[in-house]
Design a protein around this ligand. Structure first.
Ligand code: UD1
Length: 401
């Protein structure tokens, strides 16, 4: 199985094309709904976007843009908020719809705003929009209250064109941030330390358009590892980056999945039923919250009891009720879930509440007797390219009506 490009990276790289006029070429771009949504947003701002065709996408960023992210698009995809930093940095103005709540509970943008204010922008809200203005941004020291991925990205994309030096302390360390910094540096930015807690940016006057290959999607890779963990068998994930998934690989190893790196990815096999473990989500390099529904699906059929603790998003246990409909023995208490493994689950009609939970329900169905019908599959399309054909190629009896 070849791993697709990382959704959470490519969305930000596309936002970064706001920063400089010119033609961009991105490779290893997954053909997923969220990428099309970001392409629609770029088009709404005045860019010309083609693809992805065969994994390649091109963006033509003109000299002038409409610095606005309309509600219809931000509502479809919350990550649209990452155009705020680049728009302010390049045009000194931005009008971006405020994202509403979603299935993970409240997801505020206060840290994004605070970071951009420290760089010299000012904001007001009107009619559901955040309206930002600035003269040239000024480099400063930013201390993030929490290593927020989105706030780090917005601050980073604003700082690259600011005057002077910006230091982002307590920055998020996700591999997607390092990919964004690599992209920005290729454009001519001077970013040091991305992937660590302290990012230092020396502002430059202008940037230029570039060609770049997106890093592989560690969460898609994790999804197929979970599928093997649930169903048994063996898999080779071409293009996967084990070094981006250290904690997950260790955790799955503790459960009894055999995993080893290959020259171009990783290999995994499961011969016996997995053992339960405890799991707590944390910012990278901790276990990603996006892996959690997959781990809960694995624990549902593992041997023993596992306690799962969610430390990032308050409402991220919605899919548990769906897994229970499939016979899983799970009790939730505030941000904890206690999962007692069962030998088998029982196929049932269920509903996907979001991208990863949707994928986790399909993974759980691999260990369920009879047929499982997963509704809300459009959530899965937001983040997975060819999910059904890929699973079918691995031997799953799965189809899309
Ligand atoms: C990104 C990922 C998402 C992943 C998450 C955490 C994308 C498109 N999405 O989301 O898949 O689950 O990182 O790894 O890349 N917070 C605030 N105020 C803010 C910003 C965040 O309180 O201004 C809180 C959030 O409510 C949450 C925590 O900080 O509790 C982490 O959020 P954050 O890292 O910002 O997640 P996203 O960037 O939205």
């Amino acid at each position: 199985m070849r791993v697709a490009g990382a959704k959470n990276s490519v969305l930000k790289l596309l936002a970064a094309t706001v920063l400089a006029e010119g033609e961009y070429v991105l490779h290893n771009v997954p053909d997923i709904a969220d990428v099309h949504c970001m392409a629609d947003l770029l088009r709404a701002m005045g860019m010309t976007v083609t693809g992805p065709v065969g994994g390649t996408m091109t963006v033509a960023s003109p000299a002038d843009l409409v610095p606005e992210a309309p509600y219809e698009l931000v509502e479809r995809m919350r990550a649209s908020i990452v155009v705020l930093g680049p728009l302010l940095a390049r045009f000194g103005q931005a009008r971006v719809a405020m994202p509403g709540g979603d299935d993970f509970g409240s997801r505020p943008i206060d840290m994004h705003i605070k970071a951009l204010e420290s760089l010299g922008a000012s904001f007001r809200t009107e009619h559901g929009y955040v309206v930002g203005r600035s003269d040239r941004l000024l480099g400063t020291r930013l201390l993030l209250e929490f290593p927020s991925v989105g706030a780090t990205e917005n601050a980073l994309m604003a700082a690259v064109l600011a005057k002077g030096t910006t230091v982002i302390d307590n920055a998020a360390r996700e591999p997607e941030i390092a990919d964004l910094a690599a992209f920005l540096n290729r454009m001519g930015a001077q970013v040091l330390g991305a992937g660590t807690s302290t990012i230092e940016v020396e502002g430059v006057e202008t940037l230029s358009s570039v060609e770049h290959t997106v890093i592989p999607d560690r969460i898609e890779a994790a999804t197929f590892l979970a599928a093997v963990g649930v169903a048994g068998g063996e898999i080779t994930l071409e293009g996967a980056r084990p070094d981006h998934m250290d904690m997950l690989i260790a955790k799955l190893g503790d459960m009894g999945l055999r995993i080893s790196p290959t020259t171009d990815g990783l290999w995994a096999s499961r011969s016996r039923r997995l053992r339960s473990v405890d799991v707590a989500t944390l910012p990278y390099p901790g276990l990603a919250t996006d892996y959690k529904p997959l781990l809960v699906a694995l624990l549902s059929v593992a041997d023993g009891v596992g306690i799962v603790t969610e430390n990032l998003f308050s409402g991220r246990f919605r899919y548990v009720d769906e897994l229970k409909r499939m016979g899983a023995d799970i009790r939730t208490e505030a941000h904890h879930a206690i999962v007692r493994g069962r030998e088998r689950l029982s196929g049932a009609p269920v509903k996907a509440p979001d991208i990863r939970a949707g994928a986790a329900l399909v993974v759980a169905a691999l260990a369920a007797d009879g047929e499982t019908v997963v509704g809300g599959a459009e959530h899965i399309d937001r983040g997975y390219e060819d999910f059904v054909p890929k699973l079918a190629a691995l031997g799953a009896d799965v189809h899309r009506p």
